[in-house]
Design a protein around this ligand. Sequence first.
Ligand code: HEM
Length: 327
Amino acid sequence: MASARLRCQLFLFTVLLMAAVTSGAKLSRSYYSRTCPKLESVVRNKVNQLINADRGMAPGLLRLHFHDCFVRGCDGSVLLDSSSNSGEKDAPPNAGSLRGFAEVDAIKALVENTCPGVVSCADILALAARDAVVKVGGRYWSVPLGRKDGFVTSLVEANTSLPSPFMTFDELVQNFAAVGLNTKDMVILSGGHTIGQAHCAVVIPRLYNFNGVTGATDPSLDPTYADFLRTLCPSDQPLTFIGEMDATNGTFDNKYFKAVKSNKGLFTSDAALLTNSFGARIVNKAARNPQSFFSDFGNSMVKMGKIGVLTGSRGEVRRVCSAVNSF
Ligand code: HEM
């Protein structure tokens, strides 16, 4: 009888422990309160300075954290330079479009001056993404900390794990579910496209060759917006930039959802949010109510920031973000 109770307790303990590990519950908002009390102000001041110098750093830093978390978890793997194997930086979804690497190195150098050997690059990415959003108009959320940095970066895994702008609603749902995020997280986090730029390559098929038909335009795209995009993106200029994905001058607001609602989502994956009734409901609510979008965005970012984190003795605190420590 006693041993059955013991077994039952042991089972419960194991279940709770597993739940804690998989939910990233080891992260804590006060993780560095003794070892690096000035961390948050050091990162925030530097992020503000970087964005004052180049507003494009706000979307750059936000996207870096997202692309870090979706490949091998939030472990700073996106920041590693390729070595003998090709790394995430060189994967097509990242190469030539992810920005902010040198700036993250600069933030890390300042943090190392303040508290040497204590703060991981993965945590710096999570803080910098939050501070970037706040700097350009978004709302603050507090960031759980205590991630360690990983040792591996993989081009192949970046190619298979990151969502593609050509995905349908169901494909996006599956892609996010694979890292433990639900449909609402997917729709809300797509709101990150309220800031930043994109290459014409991503929309050229929608404008000139829809479904493989030469000359056809995606009928779900607002015709006036399609005309405007054709002036920005001639069919032979895939490398030209569309300066603002939601045309609101780099402010973090809910206008992305207003754009999607009025068939002016830039990518197939943006337009796809309207093709499902649950997705459309979330889009409509976020378009109507900026405060609810801000609060949902913070909650989903916290969830995203817990994907596959390394904690405790797993991983290391890198000295520089672009390379693993050599001992
Ligand atoms: C839902 C699936 C998503 C897809 C398919 C997607 C795809 C893309 C693509 C293709 C670009 C343009 C890259 C270029 O051409 O230069 C881009 C830019 C961007 N994405 Fe996403 N994305 C997704 C979700 C997210 C999420 C979850 C976030 C953040 C929470 C995010 C934040 C950004 C930002 C800020 C930019 C602009 C980057 C810059 O200006 O440097 N995206 N995304």
